[in-house]
Design a protein. Structure first.
Ligand SMILES: [Zn+2]
Length: 145
């Protein structure tokens, strides 16, 4: 249906952009695609985040409202399934690692969670990883000996 090609750089890729904090051009690593035309990026040097946006002449109007389904949906809810599919097509699920809080994960890892299924790491700190699952992003602990 909505087969729209995005030209956003893939998650975990680098884009060269000026960093306000550093004051010079830096490589920003793509953390996540927040919308079909914008991506959250992080300066590799200072860690400042910045949104990379595709400049499109005209956005395609959505003809209808949200698909009618049995469940209650908030109008501003991000489309988790679309984000998840996007991550899956970029990262792939060939190297899925079983989730364990003792393991250490990093950006763009594919994780198999016993309860939530396959997820993709969109952000990682020493204690926590944000993992995008089909029904939303969850913060999971990791790196716990
Ligand atoms: Zn910077």
């Amino acid at each position: 249906m909505s087969e729209q090609l995005t030209e956003l750089p893939a998650v975990a890729r680098n884009i060269n952009m000026p960093c306000k904090k550093c004051g010079v051009d830096r490589y920003f690593v793509v953390v996540a695609h927040t919308t079909p035309t914008s991506a959250k990026c992080k300066c590799e040097v200072c860690g400042a985040t910045k949104t990379f946006k595709l400049t499109k002449p005209k956005a395609e109007k959505k003809p209808g409202a949200l698909k009618k389904s049995g469940r209650v949906s908030k109008s501003r809810e991000p489309d988790h399934a679309a984000i998840w599919n996007d991550l899956k097509s970029q990262i792939g699920d060939d190297n899925v690692v079983a989730y364990s809080m003792k393991s250490k994960f990093q950006l763009a890892n594919a994780i198999q969670h016993p309860k939530f299924g396959v997820g993709f790491v969109t952000n990682a700190t020493n204690e926590k990883v944000d993992v995008a699952f089909q029904d939303g992003t969850r913060a999971l602990v990791h790196n716990r000996p």
